[in-house]
Design a protein around this ligand. Structure first.
Ligand code: FAD
Length: 389
């Protein structure tokens, strides 16, 4: 690292899971870091998050094994797997089989609790709120971040962890735009219910997922095919969902009804067509800004955590920070893009709408041995990054 580089912090744009984990990993590696977040306050997100074994290993590497222990539900329900909309089991996937195949447990956590725990572990004054990046300038010595209301901050590097609609990506690679996947997702957390099953129920153009969390809460998600920018129904999200999932296994309406209506989240699902580059000079992308993916493999945040660790390790061992960004891109790009492509494909099949196609899909699923089914998840979740660091 040059003396010039030592004089300025590394600037991170965005305080999502990617930005927070990167700040933590960089601080542990001895770097000065500042995160700039556009929102005025950090809002609680009422949803859960599944972290596969690859992400759990990153958290352990970052010294957060205690956090995993404290926040995570290690599910042991009697029934887990894929089901028809009425709850007939198509494939059984007990957590123990998943753990054996992936080389470690998959955990389910409350997203807001996880992000709060990451924030608490940062050095004081790392996070600056109400700072929206609008532009950046770079030269051979450093980067200047330009924020709304005219403020400018100088850094040695800038990391765009600013999500799928990243302003940093827009400035670096303006041709890359999110692509709509064709369906909407809703998420919620129900309380006071013990579901008789966990996993995913599949219908035609609709799915419903059930994931138990710690403290007797249940994270659920629902998807439904819809045109882009479809208006929300006036009766509200809870009523709309009860209507969309009428006739499904009773656990579905029980969970929707056991959720505080105002906390139900709704997102149109989009991803990014794989990028060829993430880094330009002293600026790079990370997390959804670099490789936003559909949630079908539950890997978006997991990949952001991998980015964070590998970027910090690469920087620690590099002679120059600028070269380190190219090395980070080389180490991460192909793997993250592979997950983007596989998640997209999986979503296409899972959201099939034609009843005959769905019947065929479900019949094939029922004949597939769990090990075969887990193959794609296994190749992603059993990954270790030793050779990349
Ligand atoms: C329905 C659904 C379910 C999912 N389930 C899972 C799952 O089970 N497991 C999993 O691993 N992943 C899952 N994901 C994916 C996961 O949520 C994302 O991959 C992850 O949150 C990305 O984190 P991030 O930090 O890269 O981006 P974000 O979380 O989007 O954070 C970006 C931050 O940058 C800030 N920002 C944006 N622009 C600016 C700016 N110009 N200046 C300053 N700040 C800015 C934003 O306010 C935000 O705080 C799911 C996603 C969806 C939609």
């Amino acid at each position: 690292m040059t003396t010039q580089e030592q004089d300025f912090p590394i600037l991170i744009i965005g305080a999502g899971i990617g930005g927070l984990a990167t700040a933590l990993a960089l601080q542990q590696a001895g770097f000065a870091v500042q995160i700039f977040e556009r929102t005025k306050e950090i809002r609680e997100s009422g949803s859960g998050l599944t972290l596969w074994a690859n992400a759990v290993r990153v958290l352990q590497e970052l010294g957060l094994a205690d956090l995993v222990q404290q926040l995570a539900q290690q599910p042991a329900p009697t029934r887990a797997g894929f089901y028809t909309m009425r709850g007939k089991q198509l494939v059984q996937l007990p957590p123990r089989t998943v753990e054996e195949q992936c080389g470690g447990p998959t955990i389910a956590i409350h997203r807001a609790e996880f992000q709060a725990a990451l924030r608490e572990r940062l050095a004081p004054d790392t996070l600056v709120l109400d700072k929206q990046l609008i532009d950046l300038e770079q030269d051979t010595m450093g980067v200047t971040a330009c924020f709304a209301r005219g403020e400018r901050v100088r850094g040695s590097l800038l990391i765009g962890a600013d999500g799928i609609r990243s302003q940093v990506r827009q400035l670096l690679f303006p041709q890359s735009q999110p692509r709509y996947a064709g369906y909407t997702a809703w998420r919620g957390i129900a309380t006071g219910v013990t579901p008789p099953l966990m996993g995913e129920l599949w219908g035609c153009g609709r799915r419903f997922g059930i994931v138990p969390l710690a403290k007797e809460r249940v994270y659920w998600y629902a998807t439904c095919n819809s045109p882009e920018n479809a208006a929300e129904r006036p009766e509200g999200r809870q009523k709309e969902l009860l209507d969309l999932f009428k006739g499904w296994h009773p656990v579905v309406s029980t969970l929707i009804n056991a959720t505080e209506a105002s906390t139900i989240l709704r997102n149109e699902i989009s991803d990014l067509q794989p990028l060829t580059y993430w880094s330009k000079g002293r600026v790079t992308l990370l997390g959804d800004a670099a490789h936003a993916m559909t949630p079908n493999m539950g890997q978006g945040a997991c990949q952001a955590l991998e980015d964070a660790l590998i970027l910090a390790r690469t920087l620690r061992h590099a002679h120059s920070q600028e070269n380190a960004l190219d090395m980070y891109q080389q180490k991460r790009l192909a793997r993250a893009n592979m997950v983007v492509v596989n998640s997209h494909r999986m979503g296409l099949v899972a959201q099939w709408e034609h009843p005959l196609a769905c019947w065929l899909r479900d019949s094939l699923l029922a004949l597939t041995p769990p090990q075969m089914l887990l193959k794609q998840f296994k190749s992603v979740a059993s990954y270790t990054w030793e050779s990349s660091c």
